[in-house]
Design a protein. Structure first.
Length: 139
């Protein structure tokens, strides 16, 4: 064995994940997977978040394989016993409405119960959603 033969490693994917705090309540997130061998970017997500105690607002861009989405989301009273979450997504490469949703959450000390509605592609799909989530514990 020649040592130079062992150094020929084959790396294909470069993953990038980062957050930049622009101000106390404003940050920018970025996540991407770059395929170095063929130049493809199968996933890329960038998000601008504005976070306050009584509401959160975010604007996102998603590049997933051949889909290009923009999205906006607002959360109202995220830390209270009753909170609301709403979003809308738009496929801008094809100029088509992707989906939108609204969910009300009932939060207790460690569990969050949600009931919501989702309108799917082209306004043709309707869903009622129920969810149960565990919340972080404050010590």
């Amino acid at each position: 064995g020649n040592k130079e033969d062992n150094l020929d490693l084959d790396y294909e994917n470069l993953f990038v994940d980062g957050r930049i705090s622009l101000k106390n309540n404003l940050n920018f997130d970025y996540l991407a997977n770059f395929n170095i061998s063929n130049g493809d970017v199968p996933i890329m997500i960038s998000r601008l978040n504005y976070i306050k105690s009584d509401f959160n607002l975010s604007f996102s861009q998603y590049e997933l394989n051949t889909s290009s989405l923009i999205s906006t989301r607002i959360e109202i009273f995220p830390k209270s016993s009753l909170s609301f979450d709403s979003y809308i997504r738009y496929e801008y490469e094809e100029s088509k409405f992707e989906n939108a949703g609204f969910t009300a959450y009932f939060n207790d000390c460690c569990t969050r119960y949600g009931v919501g509605y989702r309108l799917g592609r082209g306004g043709n799909s309707h869903q009622v959603l129920f969810s149960i989530n565990l919340l972080e514990l404050d010590y």
